[in-house]
Ligand binder design. Structure first.
Ligand code: SAM
Length: 263
């Protein structure tokens, strides 16, 4: 049990009954993985020590460990951790463990070259916890190390849950006057306006490097994307890679990636 995460039960409830390992199987979902991996590789250097927080069933951690990097994978939910351990069996440079991104005291200050927070920011519901998660990432990252945070946009909640799944009426109570979606722990996901996500880093020791729209409109266009031939999918991916750093794409993307360098 986490000592600090009062929403652990809600998070566990969701992920214990969900096949997280299927997250990147379809064409529309795979875009997020391919884009994120492309940006990880952009900043990777030989011998880097990496930690992934909220490692799920290991899509990134296992792949990076297979490439030879020393990877620590931290995951809150036992079910996901067990799948990760099973899939990563025998990889000596993969260190998988249960843990909470809000409390990384088992890791010393300045101990990783790259810190990937790829899950926790989806499930934090108040300013104090969000800041704690960010500060822990910066604490364990070495100076000049790279930090990456995956997060959800408010638009994704409205278009994927509200429109696509047909719940725009149920969502009304959570839509605030400025169009932001209220943090409601029982709804599982917390989301952001891009400028609000970035504001959190204002007084911290970090240089902002990039904002990346990791799945742009692919989530909303899933029916079309999933039936594309491989050739046409590649063409669309090519367009996506050319535009995923553009502001035009960021606001409508379901998933965003914040990349920074710890100073
Ligand atoms: C959507 S999955 C992402 C998994 C993987 N990192 C990826 O990007 O595909 C989010 C994961 O974060 C985990 N998680 C959520 N809050 C966490 C926390 N505070 N500490 C550690 N893991 C957490 C969840 O249990 C879940 O496995």
């Amino acid at each position: 049990m986490s000592k600090v995460n009062k929403y652990e039960a809600i998070i566990k409830d969701k992920y214990e009954s969900y096949t997280e390992e299927e997250r990147f199987l379809s064409k529309h979902q795979r875009v997020e993985y391919l884009t994120t991996m492309k940006y990880i590789e952009k900043y990777l250097q030989k011998g880097m020590k990496i930690i992934e927080l909220g490692a799920g069933t290991g899509a990134y951690s296992i792949e990076l460990a297979k490439k030879g990097y020393d990877v620590t994978a931290v995951e809150l939910v036992k079910r996901n951790l067990n799948v990760l351990k099973q899939n990563g069996k025998g990889i000596k440079n993969l260190h998988a463990m249960q843990g909470d991104a809000l409390d990384l005291t088992k890791f010393a200050d300045n101990s990783f070259d790259m810190v990937l927070s790829f899950g926790p920011m989806y499930h934090l519901f108040n300013e104090k916890d969000k800041m704690q998660a960010i500060k822990e990432v910066l604490r364990i990252c070495k100076n000049n190390g790279i930090v990456m945070f995956a997060y959800l946009t408010h638009a994704s909640i409205v278009w994927a849950y509200g429109v696509r799944n047909g719940y725009i009426d149920k969502l009304q109570y959570a839509i605030m006057d400025n169009g932001a979606i209220k943090d409601v722990p029982e709804e599982i996901f917390s989301s952001y306006f891009i400028e609000d996500f970035k504001k959190q880093f204002k007084n911290l020791s970090i240089k902002h490097l990039k904002d990346v729209a990791t799945d742009s409109l692919f989530n909303e266009m899933r029916d079309y994307v999933d039936q594309l031939s491989d050739e046409k999918y590649e063409m669309l991916l090519d367009y996506h890679f050319k535009t995923c750093e553009r502001k035009d794409m960021q606001g409508v993307s379901s998933h965003m990636l914040y990349i920074g360098k710890k100073l």
